[in-house]
Write a protein that binds this ligand. Sequence first.
Ligand code: HEC
Ligand code: HEC
Ligand code: HEC
Ligand code: HEC
Ligand code: HEC
Length: 224
Amino acid sequence: MISHKRNAYIAGAVVALIGIGLLLQVDFERWRLPGPFNPGHENLACNECHIAAIGTVRQQLQANVQYWLGGRRTEADFYYHKIDNKNCIACHNKDNDLHSSYRFNEPRFNKIREEMHPELCISCHKEHVGQRVSHFKITDCQFCHKELKLKNDPITVPHDELIEREDWHTCLGCHDYHGNHDMLIEKTVGRAINRQKLINYFNASESPYLGAVIKKAKSTRYEK
Ligand code: HEC
Ligand code: HEC
Ligand code: HEC
Ligand code: HEC
Ligand code: HEC
């Protein structure tokens, strides 16, 4: 009896998946956008990020049915590949990233990975929300830099004092996150870029940093 029910369930699931598969056959370019593009992405084609999954739809179906039956550890991509860092790095390749995402895969970052997933671009940069930085607050440096103390601190209010006062909004006023702006780091705390300008930048305004972007983005992932 039980196995009959199970077969009926699987048959139902397969039919549903085929239905979804047919829906997805529609050209992705015709899909409705779930929200406005983030700044800089307005002119990108959908398939610059939404890439077809490996294998035929039938193979993907089989792999997913196996997953549901417990014969496979991970869910398989179905029709479109789930977006991960590789999609972003295809155009945003920054070799000297100050906070390179892959470093956060190290075991010593296990706890922070559970808290905020700094190893994934889309943890901080969700797409289709019309914002440059969507899920990271300007004070979030505190997640990782609470213990910071510099020997011979060069700035007018030393780092440990800023931290003691919980002035976390000042950090991005002198440092960018990826180190991709060609700029001299300020030493006078009063000259740090102010909070409101940083918040506007996170939304969609121009960059408040004086220096130009060092590693520019490619306009298509096919570009060499
Ligand atoms: C810069 C990369 C990028 C481009 C270009 C892009 N998307 Fe997306 N899209 C994403 C990300 C990231 C997600 C989040 C889902 C995920 O992680 O797979 C997403 C999700 C979606 C979703 C699912 C929404 C949901 O709520 O699950 C749809 C539908 C979608 N995009 C449509 C489009 C269409 C239509 C275009 C072209 C007009 C497009 N996208 C272009 C990155 C992109
Ligand atoms: C097809 C190439 C391409 C892909 C794929 C792509 N981007 Fe972009 N991105 C661009 C371009 C071009 C710009 C605008 C030029 C610029 O500002 O450097 C841009 C701008 C941005 C900006 C704002 C940059 C700024 O200086 O203000 C962010 C943040 C960003 N992309 C993050 C992402 C993330 C996260 C992903 C992966 C989900 C992604 N991008 C995927 C090409 C791409
Ligand atoms: C923990 C949060 C976080 C993660 C994860 C993250 N970013 Fe950012 N990103 C930021 C913040 C904050 C800024 C704004 C400050 C700045 O410009 O550096 C930013 C700015 C940017 C910019 C514009 C400035 C520049 O450096 O060109 C781009 C492009 C970008 N991120 C791409 C990416 C990509 C690609 C990934 C994954 C490889 C990624 N980010 C991962 C927080 C994050
Ligand atoms: C998810 C954890 C995490 C977050 C969030 C984070 N950092 Fe870091 N940061 C690190 C780690 C890890 C290093 C590397 C330290 C090392 O090499 O041991 C680092 C290094 C740095 C450095 C020194 C780089 C160098 O080598 O000169 C600066 C500056 C910095 N972070 C500023 C910031 C600022 C500003 C913010 C907030 C926008 C921030 N960080 C948010 C983890 C983080
Ligand atoms: C007035 C500008 C200013 C402000 C505000 C500021 N910093 Fe710095 N920071 C500097 C300068 C200058 C250095 C030294 C850079 C160097 O030696 O290359 C530095 C160095 C660092 C380093 C590298 C430490 C090392 O051991 O090399 C980290 C990490 C850092 N800052 C994080 C932060 C965080 C987190 C905040 C917010 C609490 C912050 N900074 C606020 C200017 C600033």
